[in-house]
Design a protein around this ligand. Sequence first.
Ligand code: NAI
Length: 719
Amino acid sequence: MANPGKNPAVRLEGPDGDGIATVWIDCPDSKVNTLSVDLLPEFEALFSKIGADSRIKAVVIASGKDAGFIAGANIDDLGLVRTVAEGAKLSKNAQDSFRKLEKLGIPTVAAIHGDCLGGGLELALACTARVATDHRKTKLALPEVMLGLLPGGGGTVRLPKLIGLANALDMMLTGKNIRASKALKLGLIDAAVPAGKLLESARKLAVDLAHGKPAHAKKKPNVQEEVQTFLLEGNQLGRRVVLHEARKKVLKQTKGLYPAPLKILDVIGKGTYEAEAQGFGELLLTAESHGLQHLFHAITALKKDNGPGTEGVTAPKVTRVGILGAGLMGAGVGTVLADQGYTVRLKDRDHEAVGRGLDYARKVFGKARKRKVYGDAGYDERMARISGGTDYSGFGRCEMVIEAVFEDLGLKQRMVDDIEKVTQVGGIFASNTSSLPIADIAAKAKHPERVIGMHFFSPVEKMPLVEIIVTPKTAPEVTAATVAVARKMGKHVIVVNDCPGFYTTRALVPYMTEAIFLAVEGFALESIDEAATTHGFPVGPITLMDEVGIDVGLKVMKVMKEHYHDRMQFPPDISQALIDEGRLGRKNNKGFFKYENGKSVLEKGEKVVDETVYKHLPNGAATQAGNLPEMAERMILGLCNEAALCLQDGTLRDAYAGDLGAVMGIGFPPFEGGPFRYMDRIGVKTVVEKLKALEAKHGKRFKPCQLLLDKAAKGERFF
Ligand code: NAI
C-alpha cells in the first residue's frame, strides 16, 4: 500500500481527447519533489493503472511544483541503510520502477522545468523523450558523485546510450549542472522551449510520438565526430581506452581518495543494472560517502541559520555597497557583488589602485563572457554597476560598506569613523579583517551595533564561504542583512561569535604553524605539502602561504601571537626575513616555490621548491624526507583541537558550522565531512590520546581542550 494516510504525491489527469494522460508529481508538505522510498510504490501503482487503460495513447510526466521537476533522491532514506545488500536493494527498487515506466508500451514525455537532478533525471531518462524549458533555473545533472555515490536508478546504463560514453562520463564524474541549451546539443533533451510553452510542447510531442512520428531529430554529427565516436565508443576496445584514460585522470585529480568516481567507471565498464545496484550499495557504506552526506546535512541545516537573535527580524534591503580598499579582496568582493546585481562603489588611495580593482572585474566578467555565461550585454551591464574613486563620493547612499584595507587596527578604526560621517543613518559597516576582533574595530564607533565582520576567502569569486562575525553589540537586523547579502552572492554562510581570528583563522593557524615547525625540523618543503594533499587537502600549507601572501600571513600571525601566546606555540619567525628579502609569495613571483609571471614553475608536472629559501631555515637544507601520515596528523590534530576549543568557548555556535567552515573556507578534506565529523570517525578518545602523546613530545600547543577531555571521558560524539 503506497504512502498510507498521506496525500498522494502523484496524480493522473486525463486522458484527454487525443489519448494523452498527464502524471503530476507533487510531493505533499514539501517545496520540492524528491524521490523517496514512499514515492516509488505510488509510481508503480500509477504505471499499472496507465498500462491497464487502453484509452491512454501517450503520457506526459510533469511537476506540480514551481521550484522544479525532481531535486533527486530523498537523502534521509540513505541514512537508514546498514548493509550493502540494503543499499543495493534501494537502487534496485528505483531501477524496477523506472523500467516499468520504460516498458509501458506507449510513448512517455518528461516535461522539465527547474531542477531535474539525480533520480529525477534518471526517471526522465526512462521516458521516451524529454522537453525542458530554456529558463535559467532549469538544470539537469547526476550529482551523486558529490555525495560519494553513483546514479543508482539506471542512469549509468541509460545515459551513455543516450549521449555517448565521453559525455556521460563527464556528467557523472563531475556531477555538474547542464543547462537546457547544452542539454539539447548533447541530445539529453529533445526540445528546449520557453517556460510558458512547456506543457503544450510536451503534449504535442506526446501526440506526435503516439502517431509514430520520431522525437525531434538530434543534431547530426559531422563526419569527423562520427568517426571519432565510432573509434572511441562504438567498439569494445575503444570503450576500454576511454574508460582507462578517464581512470588515469580521476586518480591524478583525487589521489585515489574518492572511491565513487572509480566505482562509476567500473560500473559503466560492466554496463548492467546489477552492477549499478551492487556498486551503489557498496558506495553507500563507505566512510567517504558518509562524510559527504554529513556535509550535505550541514549545508541544509545552516541555510536556516541567519545568526543569533534574527528570528522574526526583517533584514533591511541592501542594493548599493561601498568597498574600502580595491586590493585583492576588495576587488574580488566588488566583482561578485556587481555580478549579483548590486551597485558597487570602490574607494582606494590612488587612481592606480582603483584601476587595478576595476581591471579585476573586467578580467572575471571577460572570462565568463568567453565561456558564454552571458554575452556583450551581460558584460556591459555588470561593468556599469561597478565604479570607483579616491574619495567618498557615491558612499552616501550605500546601505552597506565592506572594508578591505590593510590588516591594521588603527586604519580600520579610522575607516569606521569616516564611514559614520559619510553614509546614511543605519548603514552597515562590514569588515573583511582576517584576524582582528570586530569589537576592537568597533571600539570607537558611535554605532557599534552597525559593525559586523564579513570574512571572505581568496579568490572571492571562487571560494564558496563567507564567515560572518557578530559582537554582543551587533544588531540582529545588521546580522540578517549581512547574511542575506552573502547568500545572494552565492556563498555558504556561517555566523560565529567574535574573538581574534574568529573560527576559520583560529583553526587554520595551528595547521600552518605546524607546517613551519616541520620545515624548521628539516622536513622537505614539498613533503610537508604532500603530507596534507595525500590526506585530501586541496593544497598544502606551504603552497597556501605563497597564495595568501607571506606578508599577509605575518600580519595575521602577529595578531594571533598577541592574543594566544599563552597556549599556542609559534615557530621561530622566519617570515620577516623572507619579506625583507622581497619574498612575498606568488604575487611577486618569489616564494617558497618558484614562479614565473604569476604561474608556478613545473618540472614533470610538479611544483618546484626555490631551494634558496632553505637558507632561512636552521638546517640550511632539507634534511629529512619524513613520514607523511605522521606529519599530516600533527597538522590536522592541531586544527581539530582548536576547532573544538572554538566550540567550547562559544566562538562556534554549533559543530555543523565548524565542519562547513573548515571544508569550504580552509580546505579541510570534504570526504571527512569536517574536523568534528573526523573526530567522531576516529573517536574522540583516540584524538585525546594522540594529542596527549604529541603534547608530551612537542609541547603545550597539543594540549587537548577541556571539551575533548570531557567528551572522551563520557564516550560522547559530536553528532
Ligand atoms: P591588499 O593589500 O591587496 O589591499 C588592500 C588595499 O587597501 C590596497 O589597495 C590599499 O591601497 C588599500 N587602502 C589602504 N588604505 C586605504 C584607505 N585609507 N582608503 C582606501 N583604501 C586603502 O590586501 P588584501 O589581501 O586585499 O587584504 C585586505 C583585507 O582583507 C585585510 O584586512 C586582510 O587581512 C583581509 N583578508 C585577506 C585575505 C587574503 O587572502 N589576502 C583573505 C581574507 C581577508
